[in-house]
Design a protein around this ligand. Structure first.
Ligand code: NAD
Length: 310
């Protein structure tokens, strides 16, 4: 299994580290328009790999070096500075995706390759990558709200003092400020959230739910304020998605993928079954009227972003 990472800044390096530690990849090539940075990352990661799984990690100076890649991860582009939203990156990063995708497609096997997009604003970049690559929608996948859902599950796990593994709860829509928490379909073990609260005598009132939503929406801003950027969470999310594809796991992940065509074309995160061919099936979870309205609003924001750059 050969993978390529395009853009080896903070996020690309974290993804490379997390992917290397899965042991599922035998070859990893790194490309960055800053060749010095890519070579330094490959050196450092190569040294780290000698303590774990055998992975051949090299920097490539042209897109020819990504030939033979089964999966291409795009982590290039401007990141948010303190106070910036993901949508603020729209024009800058649309140019980055428009630069990268044709070069990638000229060097990969279009019949098999999967593209994983991490660049923000994520959903719009997935739409652009889908359009430019002409790949089937299911093979252009954004990590979407995998990370937001992980943040939600982590907060709930601490609140209930229970393992995150026992919590199924999704953040849906935009990987951004308009995402919604799908409380209606959340479960703990096999119990609905309400039933779990009743049996454990823990209350989760509307005010607490609002606070949790606020914390999920603000997690990236808080991390950027404290650390300058976010990387560990997205590194782990990308490696998890990669693992799911490589092992054809058919797990349900809240990834972003395109549906519809023309003016109806839209990418957003919904629970989707993911396997070796990318997105296999998209699921429609139960939603309250407020959640459905929030999801529609989120879709409009994404679509407006796309219309600005299309
Ligand atoms: P960074 O500035 O540390 O690294 C970006 C890298 O991209 C740089 O090394 C730069 O040289 C390279 N690059 C820029 N344009 C390029 C091009 N045309 N071709 C090849 N390489 C190019 O930024 P970062 O913190 O690593 O963030 C990268 C992206 O990931 C940003 O858009 C950020 O918003 C996004 N991000 C996404 C998530 C998510 O959940 N999806 C989480 C965190 C960050």
């Amino acid at each position: 299994m050969k993978i390529a990472i395009i853009g080896v800044g903070t996020v690309g390096s974290a993804v490379a580290t997390a992917v290397k530690n899965t042991g599922f990849v035998h070859e990893m090539v790194l490309f960055d328009r800053d060749g010095v940075r890519a070579r330094a990352a490959a050196e450092d990661l190569g040294h780290a790999a000698s303590f774990g799984f055998d992975v051949k990690i090299t920097a490539v100076s042209s897109y020819r070096g990504i030939r033979g890649s089964d999966i291409v991860i795009i982590a290039a582009g401007a990141n948010q500075k303190t106070g910036e939203t993901r949508m603020d990156l729209l024009n800058k990063n649309a140019m980055v995706i428009a630069d990268i995708i044709p070069r990638v497609m000229a060097n990969v096997d279009a019949k098999n390759v999967k593209i994983i997009v991490l660049t923000n604003p994520l959903d719009v970049m997935v739409m652009l990558a889908h359009k430019l690559s002409k790949l089937p929608a299911g093979r252009v996948i954004g990590t979407g709200t995998m990370l937001d859902s992980a943040r939600l599950r982590t907060i709930l796990a601490r609140y209930f003092d229970i393992s995150t593994q026992s919590i199924n709860a999704y953040v849906l829509g935009e990987h951004g400020d308009s995402s919604i928490v799908n409380w209606t379909s959340a479960t703990v073990g096999a119990l609905t959230l309400d039933e779990f609260c009743k049996q454990t005598k823990v209350s989760l009132p509307a005010t607490t739910r609002k606070t949790i939503e606020h914390r999920v929406h603000n997690a990236a801003y808080e991390i950027i304020r404290g650390r300058g950027a976010t990387w560990d969470g997205i590194g782990a999310a990308a490696a998890d998605l990669l693992r799911c594809i490589i092992n054809d796991e058919h797990r349900i992940l809240t990834v972003s993928s395109v549906s519809g065509t023309g003016t109806e074309m839209l990418a957003m995160s919904l629970p989707r079954i993911v396997g070796k061919n990318g997105v296999v099936t998209t699921l429609r979870p139960k939603m309250s009227a407020t959640e459905s309205a929030g999801l529609r609003r989120s879709g409009k924001i994404i679509r407006n972003g796309y219309d600005e750059i299309a």
